[in-house]
Design a protein around this ligand. Structure first.
Ligand SMILES: C[S@@+](CC[C@H](N)C(=O)[O-])C[C@H]1O[C@@H](n2cnc3c(N)ncnc32)[C@H](O)[C@@H]1O
Length: 140
C-alpha cells in the first residue's frame, strides 16, 4: 500500500501491518522508481486518489501505470462522479473540493494511455469505477 501521509499509514500499519507492505511515498515517485526497477505488477487498485489529480497529473499517472502493469495485469481505479449525492455536504461542510469525473472521462484517460477500459458505477451513483487492461497488441 502506498500513501504519502504517515498518519494514515500508521492506522493501516496498526490494523493490517502483518498482511501488507506499507510504503510512505508520493505515488508519482513510487511509480517512477518501480518503472526504473523494471517492476511488473499484476493488480493495482486505487481508491480516493485520482480525485485530487488535475487532467495533466491524471495522464502522467496513467502513463506510469501503463509502464509497470504486467502484460495480463489489471488496474481498478475509483473516482467520485459529478453531482453525486454527498457533493454538497463534502463541499459546504467539509470544504472538501475534489475533481469529479464521469465514466466517459475515466475511459478517455485510460484510452489515451493505451489501456482498454471497462467502467461502471455503484448503486448510489456516487463513484465511477474504471478497470483497465492493456489493449491487445499494446502490452508494454
Ligand atoms: C481520501 S484519502 C483515501 C485514502 C485511502 N486510499 C482510502 O481509500 O481510504 C486520500 C489519500 O490520498 C493520499 N494522496 C494524495 N495525493 C497523493 C500522492 N501524490 N501520493 C501519495 N498519496 C497521495 C493522501 O495522503 C490521502 O491519504
Amino acid at each position: 500500500m502506498v500513501d504519502q501521509d504517515p498518519l494514515s499509514l500508521e492506522v493501516v500499519r496498526q490494523k493490517h501491518g502483518d498482511a501488507l507492505t506499507i510504503v510512505e511515498a508520493n505515488v508519482f515517485a513510487f511509480l517512477r522508481s518501480a518503472k526504473n526497477r523494471g517492476e511488473q505488477w499484476d493488480y493495482i487498485y486505487t481508491l480516493g486518489l485520482t480525485d485530487y489529480f488535475d487532467d495533466r497529473a491524471m495522464d502522467m499517472f496513467h502513463k506510469l501505470l501503463k509502464a509497470i502493469l504486467a502484460p495480463q495485469g489489471r488496474i481498478v481505479l475509483a473516482n467520485f462522479l459529478p453531482n453525486h449525492l454527498t457533493a454538497g455536504w463534502m463541499e459546504a461542510v467539509m470544504d472538501w473540493h475534489l475533481i469529479y469525473r464521469s465514466q466517459g472521462q475515466l475511459a478517455d484517460h485510460a484510452r489515451k494511455a493505451g489501456f482498454s477500459p471497462r467502467t461502471w458505477s455503484e448503486a448510489t451513483r456516487s463513484i465511477a469505477w474504471c478497470e483497465m487492461t492493456h489493449e491487445e497488441g499494446n502490452e508494454a
